[in-house]
Ligand binder design. Sequence first.
Ligand SMILES: Nc1ncnc2c1ncn2[C@@H]1O[C@H](COP(=O)(O)OP(=O)(O)OP(=O)(O)O)[C@@H](O)[C@H]1O
Length: 292
Amino acid sequence: LTWKISSIYCQFSDFCECDFRPNIDGLECDLSRYLYGQHLVKEIVLAAIRQYTESANPEKPLVLSFHGWSGTGKTYVTSMLVKHLYGRGFRSPNVHQFVPTLHFPHAGSLMQYQKDLESWIVRNLTACQRSIFIFDEMDKMFPGLIDVIMPFLGSHCAYCRRALFIFIGNAGGEQINQLVLDSWRNRKEREDIDLHGLEAILSEAVYNNPKSGFWKSKIIEENWIDHFVPFLPLVQRHVKQCVKMELGLRQVTGREDVVQAVTDAMNYFPKQEKLFSQTGCKTVGTKVDFYL
Ligand SMILES: Nc1ncnc2c1ncn2[C@@H]1O[C@H](COP(=O)(O)OP(=O)(O)OP(=O)(O)O)[C@@H](O)[C@H]1O
């Protein structure tokens, strides 16, 4: 009932912020304490979100696209954002997450999905302009579907300007890994890798990949994505940090043996250098339970 009343209020008020209660200090703190090996992500996400939350009347919605290898923190950072932007986190009625394999599984229903997605967004943006729409597994989304959200991304849609769109996918991961590998071979510090050229590489990687939901997408052609955010592949040092964090969550200290056992149990690639963790930090939690 409370939500219905606030929806009605929001339709008549320009200042309706619904459950939007940004805590930028909290976000900054979580990113710097609990996100490892992602200096570019911290920098881009924090600056973009800060600007987005500080502007009461943005000119357009904020559109972010997260790219990178498995287990590098894309979903994790999205959760941090949701936690620090909405009072009730993922339980907030203003947080909407789409998973293609769950919500759009059948190729034959593409037109129906397009209609449903469009009306879902209109309905929710008219109920609350500060809504967040998260599109997970962009590599598994049927090309053509995502273009129905185009009209909501620009400045001409007045009730869309305070929304936040996040796309998550693995496309571009190989290109990011290659760049990190090259810089490692050239003895360059990881933290010295900058965005220069990377955004263009990522935009091309999703646009030209028939397996990407952005394949030949107008969203890319017309530059509606504000920031392509590269998640770098994690190395042993980061896996160790993840193990320590998992141990901390279990209130376990002084178990260097577990830190070493879990770090050694992960697979690393490329074959020769054995530099990057195959699953990032993704399976660390279960491995910690196994070795404890
Ligand atoms: N950079 C990181 N720093 C700290 N912990 C991390 C990092 N990356 C991943 N983790 C840990 O690993 C778990 C899995 O990561 P996450 O789900 O974010 O991976 P992902 O990039 O979304 O992978 P996928 O592409 O396979 O969905 C997180 O819940 C977190 O505990």
